[in-house]
Ligand binder design. Structure first.
Ligand code: GLA
Length: 401
């Protein structure tokens, strides 16, 4: 059986913590009697630019070493037979009679991708699939994008060479929007496809133009999992989107060139402090300032100005807590616990919120001690034992064998 979702630490070169594709292939052969091809897609951590992607804004995520693996081999009929290393049972679906809405099963993300590919005219063939996920579920590290992207690559097989990876990212997001019903933006799928080792990716979510931003030498990404699952987040997420849309309707009446909150300047926002319902104003204010913070962080990282990065990450967290209202007590405590630890260069909640993880930039020589100390402090304050992951930025999705 494969490693579950509870590995306490992910060290960059700790072989025991990573999936061995040959073990996955063996498991597949035992189940299906065939040799599979294996595809991998990573989860992500977002350094800054939160809840900006669906507002046509800027984000700066990095792919991390937790991945989802999909092993696949063809069948002679037109069925998909799907199994998992973590969840019991096998699920079979006919490609000719496919569900077009979520089923409530764990394999919905794969079904969603298959359904979108089908609808877009990609010729899918019957196949056996075995999934192994190592991205912690409900931790805000994009286990859903990882399974979507790995499944898309597996289902498309060699024909995927014709399709650019950003297009795959869009198809996967469509699956999550239309089939699963979560109105997510493009960030997670994009970085899962396009991530690059040692780099974060500064993405313009309107044009999908991007630049790689090197993680400064000597800096380690430390991800701290509050262990609070963000299970109830999806309704709140969709509500935030509606509030942003209300903001766009307001501003575009004043200037028809405005298509998204991305187009609203800080000056224009400030002219209307009293004209919008308080919550809607606050949501808009977060998004508009967060876009600016993201661009500023990219610049500060490039200049090696870590004091500025720290200030911007702190402001981002406070804005998510007070204006966008997607933090929670445990995330706030985790952020607080980091502040005066040696080597700390900036931290904030990461991902959609309501639980999940914080992301921290820490000097390499202090990273181990940082992880141990923050865990101790957090446990003392909450009674919860957190997981900490020492991560590096990794490459995006690929075929592994
Ligand atoms: C989730 C979504 C992303 C993004 C973040 C918040 O991770 O999948 O598209 O909106 O929340 O930044």
């Amino acid at each position: 059986m494969w490693r579950g979702h509870s590995c306490p630490r992910l060290l960059p070169d700790d072989e025991s913590q990573t999936v061995n594709p040959s073990q996955l292939a063996q498991h597949f052969e035992t189940l299906f009697g065939q040799k599979p091809a294996i595809y991998r897609a990573p989860g992500r951590v977002n350094l800054i630019g939160e809840h900006t992607d669906y507002n046509d804004g800027f984000v700066m995520p990095a792919a991390i070493a937790f991945s989802t693996y999909v092993a696949i081999a063809p069948r002679s009929d037109r069925k998909l037979s799907i199994r998992s290393g973590e969840f019991a049972g096998a699920h079979e679906f006919s490609l000719d009679n496919f569900p077009d809405k979520r089923t409530g099963l764990w394999c919905d993300y794969i079904l969603g991708v298959a359904s979108v590919l089908n609808k877009r005219g990609y010729e899918l063939k019957g196949a056996n699939l075995l999934i192994h996920g190592e991205v912690p579920i409900g931790a805000g590290l994009s286990s859903s994008a990882a399974i979507e992207v790995a499944s898309a690559l597996a289902l498309l097989g060699p024909s995927r060479q014709q399709i650019p990876l950003p297009q795959i990212a869009k198809l996967c997001r469509q699956a999550e929007n239309e089939f699963v019903g979560a109105r997510v933006g493009i960030m997670d799928q994009f970085v899962s496809c396009m991530g690059k080792a040692g780099h974060a990716l500064l993405l313009d979510c309107r044009s999908l133009e991007f630049k790689f931003a090197p993680i400064p030498a000597g800096i380690q990404i430390v991800v701290c999992n509050t262990m609070v699952k963000h299970e109830l987040a999806s309704n709140a997420y969709n509500t935030r989107r509606e509030q942003c849309e209300e903001g766009i309707r307001f501003f575009s009446k004043r200037d028809p060139a405005i298509r998204a909150l991305r187009d609203v300047s800080i000056e224009m926002l400030n002219e209307h402090t009293k004209d919008l319902p308080g919550a809607v104003f606050n949501r808009c204010s977060h998004v508009i300032h967060e876009n600016q913070r993201t661009l500023n962080t990219a610049r500060a990282l490039g200049e090696g100005n870590l004091d500025r990065v720290r200030d911007l990450m702190n402001k981002s967290h406070r804005s998510l807590r007070d204006l966008y209202e997607v933090s929670c007590k445990e995330l706030d405590i985790m952020v607080e616990c980091a502040q005066d630890l040696p080597g700390f260069c900036g931290g904030r909640m990461t991902g959609g919120g309501f639980g999940g993880c914080t992301v921290n930039l820490v000097r390499e020589e202090n990273a181990n001690e940082f992880a141990a100390s923050i865990a101790e402090r957090y446990q003392a304050k909450t009674g919860i034992t957190p997981h900490t992951y020492l991560c590096s930025a990794e490459d995006g999705a690929q075929q592994v064998s």
